[in-house]
Design a protein around this ligand. Structure first.
Ligand code: BGC
Length: 784
């Protein structure tokens, strides 16, 4: 979509130089603002036209029955769907007697700019009504990263040439009409008018609306206030209705005069607090916002982002699109997680209703690696959210007949919301993914308090699940049968290698952690016998191997399945899940997304270099990348086994997933895991970073098209920068005590003030493996 002429490639912003309604839906997601608590889609100020009006509060959902055509034991009965809460973005404008609407009259100039450094969305438009009246409108929006309940808009209108009369209606709008549901399973269920009014009130230049959801019983309040400047003719009035709060500004504007106001908005919600308490909460947040003032909010935002970019920026020389995309990605990851605080980070963040607003394993396996090394406190919050849901996960395990905890495949607040058990409940690997994220966070930060409390309990309850889910066979091998790995085109298979290797890591990490914290372990009922049982299950876990092909099968028997007929599959039949029955996909060799290849990245020490190269080539020939979670992992392993051009291709694919709308569903929200994958492809792929027993190791390698990479990481409360060129790799410790690292396996120590310079190895060129017919990534490595 950036290939759309309206979008320019710039290092620190996303700029749209003209308004094109054919990409309005996508732009609403790309220009979304969020702080992890509030999410505002990039809808036009005047509300229409729109694809999906969207205002979200993290954790605000409606529950609904999950219908099953044929019921079965253990099927979840209720679902959760994110709802569109009160829209406080709407600012309608009447120019003389005509509504400002870009579908009528003429737009002479229209620019929107999302500034990653400032955390602001700017818009400037010049429009002439059908009646020939011209106005210039400038607006700037922010969702505060500092005051998490607060958002604000600065809005200004002025005549282009002749005098005119303007009426501006600034609104709080609840229960907006939404577009009808689509047949795509990746889109959300549509809930009409989910909010019931409880209170509405008007103030001088403001309003408050309080609503409650009918079934989930959540109370949601939104309040607004304005500070306005305008000519002496300015008149201000306000009205309130159950679903509408409106402040109206009327003014006659001479050329050179303008009407300008700042709209301060506060949101709050609660499952337990009373109606007056939630109303007072938003009033308080609004007072704080007003006191801070517009300039103050902008300054706070800037300072917050200066600190973030100071620690986390990634510089990429040689590929300007990837440079822009990685900052776009980091900005949106930050927005998704910065202030989630005790709530989930959803697959779409708070940018749209795709996947019903659910969080998946995407959080722990894709998003948390980024946050762990850039904003570790946000990673800890996300893991605390998982920990808070442990009672539900333990109950789910009990219900299914297991011990320990079964985390849901998809959820908003903890219960399993997937009605399709082969790719939902059976995807037990999510528990090991949570455990892996705990280990990564603890190793990266040394946060012992977290480890002793939240960390140990998460590790122990997930380890307990593996002990009860697996069993020893007659040969004394520990098997985990009938589970689904990451690849959703296979299901309910025996000894999925990804699952088994991650479970092994989970079991060992739980035993190690319990050993480090014996008192806390005892409180959780962990004794020596249980720790020994975890270790022996880990030691005996089955890792199948296909001796005839000399590769690892993704799961037992996989490599004997019929290979999918790629030659007979047309480009229009992808994604396959929309055109073929799962029954057929499950019994053939066709891979939706990295599974064994992901295992080779996350558990690299379990494979030899030769096995990695052979496995990678084998799975390349079967992987269709119908999931946006795949390309980044393929980039990482392509780089590791020496196909740097291919790694660059996959890096670009993951990076441009939304900017180029590669999956054609950016309109429903951003692909947050794939955006995180941009960082993963650069950091784990090109810089070759891995965690090894608490130390970071690097094995840098640059493709021809990228001449320099410079990555900022937060490690053990220190800031490290790793700069890679084709000749040298320079490690710079910005602050703190010396840090031990590994450079191609060689231990080295980096001290602050003394850069450590080591040669970057050359990778000999080798012929890359092939992909299924028609599923090759767009070539970038060779071309650039
Ligand atoms: C992928 C899952 C992922 C989900 C949400 C699916 O298409 O196969 O692995 O968790 O999308 O992003």
């Amino acid at each position: 979509m950036i290939q759309h002429p309206a979008y320019s490639v710039e290092p620190w912003c996303l700029r749209e130089t003209e308004l094109h309604l054919d990409v309005l839906a996508q732009s609403e997601s790309l220009f979304a603002l969020s702080n992890g608590h509030i999410g505002w889609r990039g809808n036009l100020d005047e509300g229409e036209p729109h694809y999906l009006p969207g205002s979200y509060l993290n954790g605000v959902y409606e529950s609904h029955p999950l219908p099953h055509v044929e019921a079965g034991y253990g099927y979840p009965e209720a679902g959760q769907t994110v709802i569109n809460v009160t829209n406080a973005k709407v600012i309608r404008l009447l120019v003389d007697d005509q509504p400002f609407d870009v579908r009528y009259g003429e737009v002479f100039a229209h620019e929107r700019l999302l500034d990653f450094r400032a955390g602001l969305l700017h818009r400037q438009v010049e429009w002439v009504s059908q009646g020939g009246r011209g106005v210039r409108v400038r607006s700037t929006r922010l969702v505060s990263l500092v005051q998490r309940a607060v958002a604000a808009i600065s809005y200004e209108v002025e005549p282009l040439d002749a005098a005119l009369r303007v009426v501006v209606q600034s609104e709080l709008l609840a229960n907006e009409a939404l577009p009808p549901a689509s047949g795509d399973p990746r889109v959300s269920a549509v809930l009409e008018a989910p909010l019931r009014s409880e209170e509405h009130a008007r103030r001088d230049a403001g309003n408050v609306l309080v609503h409650r959801t009918a079934a989930s019983g959540l109370r949601v309040a939104a309040a607004m206030d304005h500070v306005v400047e305008g000519p002496s003719s300015l008149h201000v009035s306000s009205e309130s209705f159950p679903d509408l709060g409106r402040v109206t500004f009327t003014a006659a504007l001479e050329p050179g005069e303008r009407l300008h106001f700042v709209k301060f908005v506060a949101y709050g919600w609660s499952a337990v607090r009373s109606e007056p308490a939630v109303r007072d909460q938003v009033d308080a947040a609004l007072t704080s916002a007003r006191l801070t003032g517009w300039e103050g909010l902008v300054d706070e935002q800037h300072a917050y982002l200066d600190d973030f970019w100071g620690r986390a920026d990634v510089e990429v020389d040689g590929d300007a699109e990837v440079q822009q995309a990685v900052r776009f990605a980091l900005f949106h990851i930050l927005q998704a997680g910065a202030r989630a605080e005790g709530r989930a980070i959803a697959a779409k963040g708070l940018t749209g209703t795709g996947y019903d607003g659910h969080a998946f394993w995407d959080t722990e396996t894709y998003v948390l690696p980024v946050l762990t090394y850039t904003v570790p406190a946000a990673a800890a919050h996300a893991l605390r959210w998982r920990h808070d849901t442990l009672p539900i996960a333990r109950e789910r395990a009990r219900k299914l007949g297991f011990v320990g905890a079964v985390f849901p495949w998809r959820t908003i607040t903890g219960p399993e919301c997937s009605g399709y058990w082969p790719a939902g409940t059976a995807a037990f690997h999510v528990g090991a993914d949570v455990a892996d994220a705990v280990v990564r966070y603890v190793n990266a930060t040394g946060d012992e308090t977290f480890e002793r409390g939240v960390g140990l309990e998460l590790l122990a309850q997930t380890a307990r699940l593996w002990r009860s889910l697996g069993h020893y066979d007659a040969q004394g091998k520990f098997r985990i049968d009938g589970v689904t790995g990451p690849d959703e085109y296979s299901a309910v298979a025996d000894n999925n290698i990804y699952t088994n290797l991650m479970a092994q890591h989970n079991l060992r990490s739980a035993a190690d952690c319990a050993g480090r914290h014996p008192d806390q372990a005892r409180q959780l009922g962990i004794d020596e016998e249980e720790m020994a049982a975890w270790r022996s299950a880990a030691g005996a876990i089955v890792i199948p191997y296909d001796d005839s092909l000399d590769v690892h099968p993704q799961a037992e028997g996989f490599t004997s399945h019929e290979v999918w007929d790629f030659a007979a599959t047309s480009a229009e039949q992808y994604p396959l899940l929309l055109h073929f029955p799962y029954f057929d996909l499950y019994r053939k060799q066709v891979i939706k997304q990295a599974d064994l290849v992901l295992a080779m990245y996350l558990r690299g020490e379990a494979f030899t270099d030769e096995q990695k190269a052979r496995n990678f080539a084998y799975y390349e020939g079967l992987t269709v990348r119908d999931s946006s979670l795949s390309a980044c992992i393929q980039a990482v392993m392509a780089a590791e086994v020496g196909h740097l051009g291919l790694a660059h291709d996959y890096l670009a694919e993951t990076a441009l997933i939304d900017l180029d709308d590669l999956e054609r569903n950016t309109r429903d929200g951003l692909h947050v895991a794939s955006l995180a994958g941009t960082w993963i492809a650069l950091v784990a792929g090109l810089a070759g970073m891995r965690e090894r027993h608490g130390a970071l190791s690097f094995a840098p390698r640059l493709p021809q098209g990228i001449s320099r990479l410079d990555i900022g990481l937060s490690v053990q409360s220190r800031r490290l920068r790793v700069e890679v060129t084709s000749d040298n790799t320079t490690y710079r410790l910005v602050d703190g005590e010396p840090l031990q690292i590994l450079h191609y396996g060689e231990p080295a120590s980096v001290s602050s003030g003394t850069p450590l310079v080591r040669p970057t190895r050359r990778t000999p060129p080798s012929a890359p493996p092939t992909q299924p017919l028609g599923r090759e990534p767009l070539r970038r490595g060779a071309a650039k």
